[in-house]
Design a protein around this ligand. Structure first.
Ligand code: SF4
Ligand code: SF4
Length: 411
């Protein structure tokens, strides 16, 4: 296992981090606890020392399983990363209450890397107003948190704004060879590194979509490579090739994949890919972009839309929906990110056809008519009803958590 250094503290983190957002499941859909514990411990025994979880993963089960896996001497071998869910925070007191509950669930007295979960402009503004920076200072001072950071899904400008608003130790961004210009992108990665933040990468394989089964045209290119690697290994190595990257998270739940990732992490040095290998990856990326329904590069020149549509965000999920037909997550993510489940609404159906974006787009995309297409396929009928139903499920889950916490604090 290779390790990279956190610039501000000198902490040494394994370049492969274990993401506990996709733990192995039982036939009935719950987490296969025994297998998950075995996998986490196996990864630690083979050098992984950074484990990422969150209350939202597996409806709270992920933190519980990690707490169990780290019993029996494993806690001292790893750094735990978990997150403050902004959607469950209504007051400054909620932040302390949630953190204290997480410490109990994870069976520990401190969180090594604590993140504000899934920041975009709106959630950042909300937490800032509620005093999240003071909360982080206080929790760091009393030892409950060692390092402060945030995970991020907004645009580059918002990332820079958040980075400049607090003395963070690290941040977590989505990055892979298809997302060089999407969300934080390469510009955001470089900015974070310049500010001496450790950078944790999530979605290095776009939720496993770049790992396979890949479209035939893509596999043909990989087959030309002189060194035989799986699409997953090419994707991970491309991210590790960036010296600005500290840890790459992989949501591992299959023993063979864990072994494959561990092997790759033994030799993925920064700047270790040869020019012909990088050229091959560029061809794969260009082919993916050609295969996509909409040739949006995610540059963001068309933003902001006066009607509130997240134009590149809607196109990105629409493309995913078509590129990876085996993946059913794109529509759900669309509902969450753009339907208003996690913040302001920004779905394609809001488009008023003003035409402003079309004049600016360097790819000359017919955005208003494409928006109609996206709306038809991704939203269908009754988007508002679907969002309200999902909000109801989230609300019930939140209330259930509060009742459970109240009950356990009384006993
Ligand atoms: S055409 Fe639609 S998507 Fe484009 S700026 Fe106007 S309202 Fe927004
Ligand atoms: S300007 Fe065009 S290419 Fe750039 S993000 Fe907007 S739609 Fe995509």
């Amino acid at each position: 296992m290779l390790y990279r250094t956190v610039p501000k503290t000198g902490d040494r983190l394994s370049i492969l981090g274990f993401g506990c957002m996709r733990l192995p499941s039982t036939k009935r859909g719950g987490v296969d606890v025994e297998r998950a514990v075995r996998q986490i411990r196996y990864a630690i025994d083979h050098g992984v020392n950074y484990i990422d979880t969150a209350p939202a993963y597996h409806m709270g089960k992920s933190e519980q399983v990690l707490g169990m896996a780290l019993d029996g001497g494993y806690r001292g071998k790893v750094r735990i990363a978990t997150k403050l869910p902004p959607w469950s925070v209504r007051t400054r007191e909620d932040m302390d209450r949630i953190l204290d509950a997480q410490l109990r669930t994870l069976r520990t007295d401190h969180i090594d890397y604590y993140l504000l979960h899934s920041m975009v402009q709106k959630s950042w503004e909300k937490l800032k107003k509620l005093g999240v920076r003071e909360f982080l200072d206080a929790a760091k001072n009393d030892g409950r948190i060692k390092n402060t950071g945030f995970s991020f899904h907004g645009d580059t400008a918002t990332l820079k704004e958040i980075i400049d608003a607090y003395d963070w130790d690290f941040c977590q961004i989505q990055y892979n060879y298809l997302d060089e210009n999407n969300q934080a992108g390469t510009e955001g990665l470089n900015y974070a590194a310049e500010k001496r933040l450790a950078v944790i990468i999530m979605e290095p394989l776009r939720g496993g979509n770049l790992a396979g089964p890949v479209p035939e045209a893509i596999q043909k290119i990989w087959d030309e490579a002189p060194v035989k690697r799986s699409p997953a290994e090419w994707g991970l190595r491309w991210v590790w090739n960036h010296p600005e990257v500290t840890v790459v998270l992989s949501g591992m739940n299959d023993e063979a994949h864990i072994d494959e990732n561990l092997r790759a992490a033994e030799s993925a040095f920064p700047n270790s890919l040869f020019a012909d290998e990088l050229a091959l990856i560029t061809r794969v990326r260009d082919t993916y972009l050609r295969l996509m329904k909409v040739g949006c590069t995610g540059c963001g020149y068309c933003m902001p839309c006066p009607a509130g549509v997240d134009i590149p965000g809607c196109f990105a999920l629409y493309n995913n929906h078509h590129l990876f037909p085996h993946d059913r997550a794109a529509k759900f993510l669309y509902l969450g990110r753009h339907g208003g489940l996690l913040g302001a609404t920004s779905y394609a159906g809001l488009c008023k056809e003003c035409g402003r974006c079309e004049k600016i787009c360097p790819q000359h995309l017919k955005i208003p008519s494409l928006m109609k297409q996206v709306s038809r396929e991704m939203e269908g009928y009754g988007l508002g009803v679907k969002v309200r139903l999902a909000q109801g499920v989230f609300w019930c889950y939140d209330q259930l958590g509060r009742i459970k916490r109240k009950f356990s604090s009384k006993h």
